[in-house]
Design a protein around this ligand. Structure first.
Ligand code: PLP
Length: 454
């Protein structure tokens, strides 16, 4: 009931007054009237006016088990009562158990370094990669190759790895040593090829870049299995395997950023499982705790870890952060993974994606839909002005559809390469616990809103 859930209007106004005066919102122009979210249950969240919305993006692609899980709150409280803080200079029970559980999920042998955010996890990956090469007598290997459109985080190194100009321009110079190659964007192939009839030049571009930079200067390459925030760019099936081969040929580390794709979003446990490759380093955050508490991890192959043990007294990784691997966050992650397993949400994710795709299939005929792309339960709908020229849809069209969905109670996202005029890809990544009714609601709402904006 909307009225029952609504906050008293005077109370809400008082809150908004403080918001306007004191709070600095993330990555958004100043907004005097933000939605104030007060609660959530399953796929749904409620604002201060009592309006309910289906959280079609799981927050920022992160609330994989859905909102309002009391058993996660209880696991956190229990751990807090036992001990809320202990460093990882020593050890503690939830971190040990979680590191072991992550090895099971990764289906490989990895050492787990815990941090706080996806950005942190990538920074740690870069530092470990550089030190690893140092300790093998190859200190000149320091560069990383990433892709245009990629997003790897907001800190100076992770933003350096990011391939989106507008996110970087006012903050440069960033971490040095990052170069970028074109993404595997088949819909707008940067090499002018047609999907299925190419030689996967987008993978070859890495090898070319390694040669131009000089393999002796390249430490690693970093990729998301699928570029999510940069526009749901799904590579050809063989792409990631080709990157693995190129890395092996040039003694370059393969770092896979699973911050969004991991923990079931891809329809497998991790996105790299969809492509059958074994990375040297895997970074993860978001779905690790379903965002109930901040935590990230950098999983480093056991073989690499050995060089940190075996290279002498000064070979340990000189990196510490106060909150990384916080016992409460680790306890939350363990409970979150228990739920993912118990409710079989990884296979549910694949089901959700396929079901949504089936239900919105007719959108392919809409004059402004260029392409619909899917990876597990993450979906991108690329909007164009003209299907033949593929000219990107303008901001007004994108806003009309997002606004239309919101009016009907569905929150969806938009993405692209953040160059003005190119944020033309609508995104969906609902909780993996979404019910059949939720799926029907998302699809029906999209169909109605697209029809109204035909
Ligand atoms: N990597 C990817 C692929 C991401 O999408 C994000 C965040 O959206 C990050 C890294 C950075 O994570 P965080 O915001 O937790 O620092």
């Amino acid at each position: 009931d909307v009225n029952e859930a609504a906050m008293d209007q005077a109370e809400k106004e008082a809150l908004l007054k403080k918001d306007r005066k004191y709070l600095w919102h993330h990555i958004t122009p100043h907004n005097d009237n933000p939605m104030v979210i007060v609660s959530g249950e399953g796929s749904w969240i409620t604002d201060a006016d009592g309006n309910r919305y289906l959280d079609g993006m799981s927050g920022l692609w992160c609330v994989n088990v859905g909102h309002g899980r009391a058993e996660i709150a209880e696991a956190a409280a229990e751990q807090m009562k036992k001990i809320a803080y202990s460093t990882l200079i020593q050890s503690h029970v939830p971190a040990i158990e979680l590191a072991a559980k992550l090895n099971e999920w990764l289906e490989g042998e990895y050492r787990i370094f815990f941090s706080n955010s996806g950005s942190d996890a990538n920074e740690v990956a870069f530092k470990i990669a550089r030190q690893y090469h140092h300790q093998r007598g190859k200190p000149s290997k320091h560069k990383f190759i990433s892709r245009h459109r990629a997003y790897h985080g907001n800190s100076m190194g992770a933003l350096g790895a990011t391939g989106q100009a507008q996110r970087k321009l006012k903050y440069e110079p960033l971490g040095v040593g990052f170069t970028h190659v074109p993404p595997p964007y088949c819909y707008r192939c940067p090499f002018g090829m047609t999907k299925g009839e190419c030689e996967v030049q987008c993978a070859q571009a890495y090898e070319d870049a390694i040669r131009w930079e000089g393999a002796e200067s390249v430490a690693g390459i970093i990729v998301e299995p699928v570029i999510t925030g940069g526009g749901m760019i799904v590579p050809p099936d063989e792409y990631l395997m080709r990157l693995r081969e190129i890395c092996d040929r040039h003694d370059v580390l393969l770092i896979v950023d699973e911050v969004i794709c991991g923990f079931g979003r891809s329809g497998e446990k991790f996105g790299h499982h969809n492509f059958g490759v074994r990375p040297d380093i895997v970074t993860m955050a978001k779905g690790l705790t379903s965002a109930y508490s901040p935590l990230s991890a950098t999983a480093v192959s056991a073989v690499m870890y050995e060089s940190f043990k075996a290279s002498g007294a000064d070979s340990h990784f000189r990196h510490v952060n106060t909150f990384g691997g916080n016992p409460v966050s680790c306890a939350v992650a363990l409970k979150n993974i228990e739920i993912l397993e118990r409710e079989q949400l990884v296979s549910r994710s694949a089901y959700i994606g396929n079901e949504l795709l089936k239900r919105i299939d007719t959108l392919n005929g809409h004059p402004q839909v260029g392409e619909i792309r899917i990876f597990g339960s993450a979906i991108g709908i690329e909007l164009v002005t003209d299907k033949t020229t593929k000219e990107p849809a303008n901001a007004a069209v994108v806003s009309a559809i997002i606004g239309g969905c919101k009016q009907k109670g569905l929150l969806i996202g938009k993405n692209g390469d953040t160059v003005p005029g190119f944020m033309n890809i609508l995104t969906l990544s609902p909780p993996l616990s979404a019910t059949d009714e939720d799926i029907a609601f998302i699809a029906d709402t999209l169909l109605q809103v697209f029809e109204a904006n035909g």
